[in-house]
Design a protein around this ligand. Structure first.
Ligand code: ADP
Length: 570
């Protein structure tokens, strides 16, 4: 059985391993390892490294070859070494650039690995096997593509992006995927020639954020085929925040950032971010039949072209808290709107909300030319002809409700989103809350419970405060204790509510600034009915935040309008 050596970084000289008959294995630890790895490492170590440490206990590899790409990786090596059950562990000192001097330094490091293995295995180096193991560098795409950049990404998530993307996806993360070949003929001549070529070829790959101001980042920014970027970062990894900020300030294509903790949690939110970016790419789908990009295949279920004297269009927003339906006619006039609790059965709620809306409009399902589903539950309800994310739908709905609006602030039951709009209503950028409840309707509901108020009472009280109380935390759990202690101090309920509202406003304003939001601000979603939050947010943003009539149905209205828009452009 051949020895196997685990590695992580794309700059690892894996061909040396192959030349000595050692099998290189790129490590992609399982998400549940991150959870268990927490017990083995400091909480602030990144989740990938925690997962890596834990995965070492499965003994999937005999050896480990790491690079000093970050502090977490060095600490990982220390912890793994302390187990003492690997037969080889080396951390290569990775240079910060691809200069001639850096290549020489890295060549010396690679030679060290070469000598280690020559001594350890006692085998001669098989140059042909090393050369054969080197894949050919992927060609620069000549058509539109989506780049996945930033930190290494969990494989299932990457696969999800590839499946959903209407255009090819290029992996530019720090682990990357491509080869560095072809190996030039002169590097075949001798081991020395091969080693000195190999260091340069490895350092010549599309740089990770570990490299300093690389030219190829400029190439990426200027690449006319680059249609969008999904930027992945890992929790507790600061490097990527700087890199992301720098990259986004240069890019003109849509970008979205996904931060994960190497777990499978919050996949709904991740998928909304990915889908919203894909919906807003300015490209034609390549060889894919994606329902997100409209009605790729005819006939549409339920559609009977030509039989409608008065066509109607429906939008269904299946949210975590409410299910909202809007029906419009061909002139975009709203003929029915319904809001009802989602409850425990999203599908049944969606069907009955649609039935109620049809009854309100005095039409039947046969009169609907097209129905689009949106919201958190859009994929699960199986109602409608296509799905569109709530980002795109809220943007469309908000542009219709208030054409001058440049920033949509949507706070619903479990998430809050801020969408920056262009003058034409197009999505320029968006940001969503993390998977915690801070700054969402759930947070307000929890605070209302603690204060023994209804959500309505909480909403009204926020405008009658006298003392300007501030909560020191945004975390739902800690805020609850803080509210309890304010009650014990006999603070007025209205003043405590104001502190709560300011905390939601602060969290939301941070999202506004993340997307470069600007007036006019329009607030949608159920929390827009909370006058205290609206006032606190207006004050924080130093600009009035407008609230449309029926803010809760903005997403459903947008979905209905998109259904109508798509039909008229077919
Ligand atoms: P989702 O889209 O996630 O289903 P909604 O947009 O329906 O969420 O918003 C639900 C939230 O709106 C609730 O958590 C509640 O805090 C808030 N909300 C609903 N109705 C009111 C109201 N009348 N006054 C103040 N807040 C409200």
């Amino acid at each position: 059985m051949s020895t196997s050596c685990g590695y992580v970084c794309k700059y690892t000289p894996v061909a040396i391993l192959a030349g000595f008959g050692v099998q290189p294995i790129r490590l992609s630890p399982r998400p549940d390892d991150a959870e268990q790895g927490s017990a083995l490492a400091h909480p602030n170590l990144c989740s990938y490294c925690k997962a890596l440490i834990c995965s070492m206990q499965h003994h999937d590899v005999d050896e480990l070859l790491l690079t000093s790409c970050c502090d977490s990786m060095r600490r990982t090596a220390d912890i793994v070494e302390s187990y003492g059950d690997l037969s080889y562990l080396r951390v290569l000192d990775l240079p910060h650039c691809g200069s001639t001097c850096a290549i020489e330094r890295y060549a010396a490091q690679i030679e060290q690995v070469f000598e280690d293995y020559a001594e350890k295995t006692g085998h001669p180096f098989d140059l042909d096997a090393a050369v054969a193991s080197i894949g050919t560098k992927a060609e620069q795409p000549r058509t539109s593509y989506l780049a996945v950049a930033g930190a290494r990404m969990e494989e299932d998530l990457y696969r999800h992006i590839c499946e959903k993307s209407p255009i090819p996806v290029r992996d530019l993360t720090c682990t990357g995927s491509g080869g560095v070949g072809p190996v030039p003929p002169e590097a075949h001549d001798s081991v020395d020639a091969f080693l000195s070529w190999y260091a340069g070829a490895l350092l010549g790959q599309t740089s990770c954020m570990r490299m300093s101001v690389p030219d190829d980042r400029r190439e990426l920014v200027l690449d006319p085929h680059l249609a969008g970027v999904i930027y992945h970062s890992l929790k507790f990894c600061d490097f990527y925040s700087y890199d992301f900020t720098q990259l986004t300030s240069q890019l003109t294509v849509p970008v979205t950032r996904l931060e994960t903790d190497w777990s499978e949690q919050a996949s709904g939110q991740l998928s909304t971010r990915i889908d919203a970016l894909l919906e807003n790419l300015d490209v034609a789908p390549v060889g894919k039949d994606s329902p997100m990009f409209g009605f790729a295949s005819s006939p549409i279920p339920g559609e009977r072209p030509g039989t409608h004297t008065h066509p109607f269009f429906a939008g269904i927003d299946s949210g975590s808290t409410s299910t909202d339906v809007v029906i419009i006619d061909e002139t975009a006039r709203v003929v029915a709107h319904v809001v009802r609790p989602t409850g425990a059965h999203a599908l049944e709620s969606a069907r009955s909300a649609l039935d109620d809306a049809l009854a309100q409009a005095t039409i039947t399902g046969d009169d609907l030319v097209s129905t689009i589903a949106t919201g958190y539950g859009r994929a699960g309800i199986g109602v409608g002809d296509a799905e569109v994310t709530e980002i795109t739908c809220h943007a469309r709905g908000a542009h219709e409700m208030a054409p001058g609006c440049r920033t949509v602030i949507d706070i619903g039951g479990q998430d809050s989103k801020v969408i920056h709009l262009g003058l034409d209503g197009s999505v320029q950028g968006f940001a969503m809350n993390d998977k915690c409840a801070a700054g969402t309707g759930r947070f307000l509901e929890a605070m209302a419970r603690t204060l023994e108020l209804s959500v309505d009472e909480l909403a009204q009280m926020g405008t009658t405060w006298k003392e300007d109380i501030a909560l020191s935390t945004m975390c739902t759990v800690f805020a609850e204790s803080e509210v309890v202690s304010l009650i014990a101090q006999n603070k007025r309920t209205a003043d405590i509510v104001h502190g709560i509202d300011k905390s939601v406003a602060a969290k939301t304003a941070a999202l506004v600034s993340r997307v470069g939001g600007e007036p006019d601000y329009l607030m949608t979603g159920g929390v827009a009915q909370n006058a205290g939050v609206v006032a606190a947010l207006s004050s924080k943003l130093e600009s009035p935040v407008q609230v449309p009539d029926d803010p809760q149905v903005c997403g459903a209205l947008g979905a209905a309008l998109i259904a109508r828009d798509r039909m008229s452009t077919r």
